[in-house]
Design a protein around this ligand. Sequence first.
Ligand SMILES: C[S@@+](CC[C@H](N)C(=O)[O-])C[C@H]1O[C@@H](n2cnc3c(N)ncnc32)[C@H](O)[C@@H]1O
Length: 235
Amino acid sequence: MNIQDDKKKFVREKFSSISGDYDFLNSLLSLNVDRYWRWITTRMLSEYQDGTVLDLCAGTLPLSLELTRQAPKRQVLAIDFCEDMLLAGLKTMPADERKQRIMPVCGDGEKIPARSDSCWGITVAFGVRNLANTQDGLNEMYRVLKKDGKLLILEFSRPQNPIMKPLYNFYLNKVLPKLAGLVSGDKEAYEYLASSIAKFYEPSELLGMMEKAGFTKPWRRPLTFGIVTIYVGEK
Ligand SMILES: C[S@@+](CC[C@H](N)C(=O)[O-])C[C@H]1O[C@@H](n2cnc3c(N)ncnc32)[C@H](O)[C@@H]1O
């Protein structure tokens, strides 16, 4: 097994272990602001009201649900390589017609099980940071996107504001792993969250990788003091 396979195994196991508590912890740790981040990401795809959107690294399906809520004709292909995350999402999914428009599929984001040029939009919320090989994942997203389609990546970034930065780092490294560890019983999963945010690419580097994958003039929109950033790429 090489380093990338090791990372995939570790990530899949960690998400599997917290899958039952993932949604509750997301709301608790972000004070529900994560809902706003997914809402605004979905709004940025509003020109594609029907057809298929790929929600990659879909997890417990919160973004897939928002994508179907904002566009009543839209179909969502929801791909994740952790079956337990998809199953946890299906278990708690509201019993309305949106269920018929979300197709969960267990698959790898670096080898996307979808045809080339098949989706009008691709969303990836808090998933790109977890890929073992980011460039491979971006190349695959470009392959699957239709011409004139749009990619939206919602990902954690590091706030640069001199007041916000130390407060956020204290919360992320000291408070969050302890609190989330108590609830989920897996402190390591949330230490991984903090370290993966610290080690992730600078926004300009990720934009460069998107351009390398083929996306035209990618750009970004920081939100909430730069705690998260939405990256936009078009084909
Ligand atoms: C932080 S969760 C995000 C879930 C959801 N998108 C959300 O907004 O809450 C990251 C997800 O990425 C998935 N993931 C990580 N690497 C992946 C890969 N190579 N292929 C598919 N899914 C992957 C994990 O299994 C996990 O469910």
